[in-house]
Design a protein around this ligand. Structure first.
Ligand code: ADP
Length: 396
């Protein structure tokens, strides 16, 4: 059984073809600059790595190019489209309509459309990807997997903002949470590594990449998460500010005469690691500059670690303790020094990092001491596999 996983962004299309018997990736790739006159399709199947420069004027053209490459009679990895059993689409926003993945029907498409105002940059390309597949492979089942779905189990005390009730009831302003597929995947893996049923486990998952979020997971369910109405909320990120006093935005508008678009750009694109360091949104660059004595870079690292630590502390209390803390995504999986900064001096709370283990690279692993009451783990995220598993479960 081969499942095609598609992740359509505003000008990109990422994909993986996964063999579900082996759970191995058969082929994967990325179409970039979709919509521009010169697009690039980067393709990888085992040792076969290629780059095609072509014109992909929309997502339909990108999906078509991907399907043609996969089924190419000379060197394609599958013979024909019938070798794709089903398709899974990553959809960022399912609002409060979807608490789990679903087989795509006309009603599902209508609901995803209704969520466009909540994710104006993300849901339209996902819809284009879905429509393209319906046209190109009308007899193949398609499944939508939502970034927000995992967090639908949050209780009202976690998802409601303390605004007048009408803004929730009339305008659906509430905390939705994102990165749900990643948090679900690593929390499930954590239970397996702890050798306990998911129902008995309390874990705090730290997805630290360009975008960052923490989730408190109890018994396999998200009970709180740091991203909110949008993915801007919560932790300091690569270019996003995370939570700041909302009155700052009013000050920028009222006293510095900025318009809302400019303010939006600052808090989404010019803040975070990039804004504080003045150098880069990439933690490696900022880390190197800090090592070379750059004060702003050092401060950016301190703010980043402290922001994660604040949320970690609040979720430790929200869960009344935790069995494990999990690090994942680009920074979480690779940046040993950042993990060390976030967890420094927490031994009295039962969180004992093993510095030697933390300094080693590898796949899924424990990085706490053997006698640490709270286990600390690194678990590489695999959102594509999680999506493919959901597809498999739904279609069978
Ligand atoms: P995205 O949120 O875009 O999916 P990733 O999860 O790929 O991002 O994370 C990207 C970030 O991971 C980069 O900005 C970089 O700071 C960080 N990163 C990747 N590799 C390393 C590394 N070896 N050491 C430190 N940071 C790293």
């Amino acid at each position: 059984m081969n499942i095609l996983v598609l992740n359509a962004g505003s000008s990109s299309l990422k994909y993986q073809l996964i063999n579900m018997e082996t759970e191995q990736v058969v082929a994967k790739g990325l179409c970039e600059r979709v919509g521009a006159s010169e697009s690039v399709h980067i393709y990888e199947a085992g040792s076969d790595e290629r780059e095609f420069v072509l014109e992909l004027h929309d997502h339909y053209a990108a999906v078509k190019a991907v399907l043609e490459t996969l089924t190419n009679p000379d060197d394609g990895v599958i013979k024909n489209l019938a070798d794709i059993t089903a398709i899974g689409h990553r959809v960022v926003h399912g609002g409060d309509f979807f608490a789990e993945s679903v087989i795509i029907t006309k009603e599902v498409i209508d609901r995803i459309k209704e969520c466009v105002p909540l994710a104006p940059l993300h849901n339209p390309p996902a819809l284009s990807g879905i429509r393209s597949c319906l046209e190109l492979m009308p007899n193949t089942q398609q499944v939508a997997v939502f970034d927000t779905a995992f967090h639908q189990t949050m209780p009202p005390k976690a998802y409601r903002y303390p605004l007048p009730t009408e803004y929730y009831e009339k305008h659906r302003i509430r905390r939705y949470g994102f990165h749900g597929t990643s948090h679900r995947y690593v929390s499930e893996r954590a239970a397996v590594m702890l050798n306990k049923p998911a129902e008995d486990v309390k874990v705090i998952t730290c997805h630290l990449g360009n975008g960052c979020s923490l989730t408190a997971v109890k018994g396999g369910h998200s009970v709180d998460t740091s991203m909110g109405y949008t993915p801007l909320d919560g932790l300091m990120m690569g270019t996003r500010s995370g939570s700041i006093d909302p009155a700052i935005l009013l000050y920028l508008i009222d006293y510095l005469d900025m318009n809302p678009r400019e303010v939006n750009h600052i808090i989404n694109k010019e803040s975070g690691l990039l804004g504080v360091s003045g150098l880069s949104n990439d933690l490696r660059d900022v880390g190197n500059a800090a090592d070379a004595g750059d004060e702003r870079a050092r401060l950016a690292l301190e703010l980043y670690a402290y922001s994660a630590r604040r949320f970690l502390g609040s979720y430790f209390f929200a869960l009344q303790g935790a069995d494990a803390i999990v690090f994942t995504a680009g920074v979480g999986e690779n940046a040993q020094k950042m993990r060390e900064m976030i967890l420094e001096g927490l031994e009295d709370l039962g969180i004992c990092l093993d510095l030697e283990r933390n300094s080693k690279r590898g796949g899924e692993r424990f990085i706490s001491t053997d006698d640490s009451p709270v286990k600390v783990m690194v678990i590489p995220t695999n959102e594509e596999l999680m999506i493919a598993k959901d597809v498999k479960a739904l279609i069978s």
